[in-house]
Design a protein around this ligand. Sequence first.
Ligand code: HEC
Ligand code: HEC
Length: 353
Amino acid sequence: MKKIQLIIFLSAACVVFMCGRISTTPYPFRELIFFPKMPVSPGNPVTVEGAGIGRYLFYDPVLSSDSTVSCAGCHNQERAFSDSQHEFSTGVNKGITSRNAMPLFNLAWHPSFFYDGRAGTLEDQVSHPITAKNEMNMDWSLLLTRLNANKLYVTKFREVYGSGKIDSTMVKNVLAQFLRTLISHESKFDQVQAAKRKFSTQEFNGFRLMNNQTRGDCLHCHPTDGNGLITTLKFSDNGLDEAYSPEDYKDKGRGGVTGNVKDNGKFMIPSLRNIALTAPYMHDGRFKTLEEVLDFYSSGVHTSVNVDSKMSFAYQKGVKLTETEKKEVIAFLKTLTDSVFISNKEFSNPFIK
Ligand code: HEC
Ligand code: HEC
């Protein structure tokens, strides 16, 4: 009850405080049948105009110290906003990131961000790449000086905030708004769920294998039955590495953030949407193809100290799929590709008309 009151209060405050002077349009989010209800972003409601500025910033290398790298440089729309070229991505001064760039979609539902969940909100998340030495290596005061000298941004921010004096909160808010509009919900899989199309026999077999606890056993972490997000959004160790003690994990993942050794080796469970587009796979991009991923889940799993109890077949190194079954799972995974999303002009580079 309290939460609802707070939300009503905040929206009312926004109307009184901002909308008197400025005309913004609430972003027309659609209710999606197989998705959980979208959490609201108190204090930063998404507007068409705000997300529109975020889109410009996302594609603008002005955000990096030497003006060479934009967000889109590592998050490419054709690849569902992941960076398919490399295991690790390259930022300013040829700086290399320590993890594989994540795809960007359906983030409005995520409770935290990055493989280790170190950012609690999107507003906080966006400042990490801007200031990271190996990404955009940018200083906030320099960025604000640049933006405040840029007519395009001064005019656009004035339309949304009434003030053309751009500050870091405004920049973070509009980037977060743009990210919340990146929604992927139009794959073949979605159309099958909505009874508009049918799986081929091979795809259907793959779907059944993934949802069968005694066969593929993927469902506890990557649910594909009635859950549009296709992830539980929890942290988990899926047995990628041999670790006899919590200290053995090369990348501590969630443990690096919480300081709890029981979290070492745990990473945010990725959605499998658009998975055929986002190679290489896992936090360090160790697998180049989906075939390699399926070989891992079939016969390469380790019984490491923190391995998730839901990796029920870790004791026998994996779920032991036959070659035909692996092909069926991959055929199903390919139905999760959303070609409408990756070619949606609303999300493309606004500098290219
Ligand atoms: C040099 C490459 C690079 C640039 C530039 C970059 N990113 Fe990223 N991005 C990454 C990597 C790598 C990760 C995963 C890092 C991790 O988990 O530690 C990531 C993760 C993210 C995530 C988390 C997604 C999730 O599911 O939790 C978001 C959101 C994001 N980036 C948005 C942005 C925005 C916005 C910009 C521009 C302001 C940007 N990125 C610039 C490489 C980059
Ligand atoms: C116990 C939870 C769990 C189960 C069960 C599980 N996964 Fe995963 N999966 C994860 C985690 C965690 C990651 C990310 C690990 C990392 O990057 O370190 C992941 C990553 C992946 C990736 C790579 C995603 C990316 O964006 O790089 C694919 C593909 C995948 N899983 C498919 C499957 C399939 C197919 C099955 C069933 C055969 C399965 N998973 C079972 C937890 C699980």
